[in-house]
Design a protein around this ligand. Structure first.
Ligand code: SF4
Ligand code: SF4
Length: 319
């Protein structure tokens, strides 16, 4: 069986990427917590089936899985994107060095500023951007990007010459867009793409909230001509098969559909002590403390699992 998936150039970077990008957040400790062996096996299967684009972040804890997955491959057969929250030159330099070492590669295709909000936050990261420009000049990274849930950030980054790629949040229901509607985000993406920015979107299935309509959700993203690639969180071979079928325009098998279209949710265990650290961490305003315990607003939660990383009581899990 052939597994050909469409390829696109990522904006002006000239980097060819599969339209299906493997979002590795789901395999790491913040979500499914697969072992390095299991995660690497899944990522390798995806690569063998035509997915050449791997998305990660320093926060995700998936560098070891990727390292193992690409061991022995031609480096040019995969496109690696990562990101960090750093805003100083030195810390960004350390983050890029960590990614190179942890994934055992000599260069990264793309390194991004993580979770940017506006022209203001981009200005606040000017030293980190300067570091990434130096790394790009030195050939250590091929392109510079920003990831964002904000329309105004996409608009601002569209006109920043140092930024090559934007990784915006986009899904048909607008879940997780922080400052506007789906139409606002699409217009901003079109503007950025017209300026030569590569666009690969995130949260096409709302972090799992749209899993019951995964076909509709992915088809919406695939239909956007200005979206070069779509990062999709995958944690099982079944999900990979389902996503590949949809990206190839095929009708997924009924049994496969039933096995994969399961709801995801953020679980908060009863031993929560109400410290509020998760509330501070959630940039979607999805958490609050009610009667001494954290409570999640399902309409706002994008199931990213970032709050889990700061919980001192280890009582949060996306399942
Ligand atoms: S960080 Fe953990 S313990 Fe603290 S309020 Fe949130 S869920 Fe509860
Ligand atoms: S509540 Fe947690 S999982 Fe949901 S959006 Fe906020 S940080 Fe992400």
């Amino acid at each position: 069986m052939s597994y050909v998936i469409d390829m696109r150039l990522l904006g002006r970077t000239n980097i060819p990427v599969s339209r299906l990008c493997f979002g590795t957040l789901t395999i790491g400790p913040l979500q499914a917590n697969l072992s390095v062996y299991e995660g690497a096996s899944l990522v390798r299967t995806a690569i063998e089936r035509g997915v050449n684009f791997l998305d990660t972040a320093e926060l995700y804890g998936t560098y070891p899985h990727i390292r193992e997955a690409i061991r022995g491959m031609n480096r040019s057969d995969v496109v690696l994107a990562s990101r960090s929250y750093d805003y100083t030159y030195e810390n960004m330099k350390d983050s890029v060095a960590l990614a190179l070492e942890a994934m055992d590669v000599e260069y990264l295709d793309l390194f991004m500023l993580h979770e940017q909000e506006s022209a203001l936050t981009l200005r606040g990261h000017r030293e980190a951007l300067r570091c990434l420009e130096d790394a790009r000049d030195a050939g250590i990274i091929r392109a510079i990007g920003v990831s964002t849930h904000h329309v105004q950030c996409v608009r601002a980054a569209a006109f920043m010459p140092e930024i090559d790629v934007i990784h915006p949040l986009l899904n048909y229901s607008g879940i997780g867009i922080a400052d506007g509607t789906v139409s606002d985000m699409l217009l901003a993406i079109e503007l950025a793409h017209s300026q030569g920015k590569g666009i690969y979107s995130m949260k096409a299935i709302g972090g799992g909230a749209l899993l019951r309509d995964v076909e509709g959700a992915l088809k919406f993203a695939i239909a956007q001509p200005c979206v070069d690639s779509i990062a999709v969180g995958i944690k099982t071979v079944d999900e990979l098969e389902m996503d590949i079928a949809i990206f190839r325009g095929l009708e997924p098998d009924k049994a496969l559909r039933e096995r994969t279209c399961l709801d995801k949710a953020l679980i908060i265990e009863p031993w929560c002590v109400g410290c509020g650290k998760c509330v501070e961490r959630c940039t979607h305003g999805a958490l609050s403390i009610v009667h001494g315990r954290a409570v999640v607003d399902g309409a706002r939660c994008v199931l990213c699992g970032y709050c889990q990383a700061v919980c001192p009581e280890v009582c949060m899990k996306v399942v």
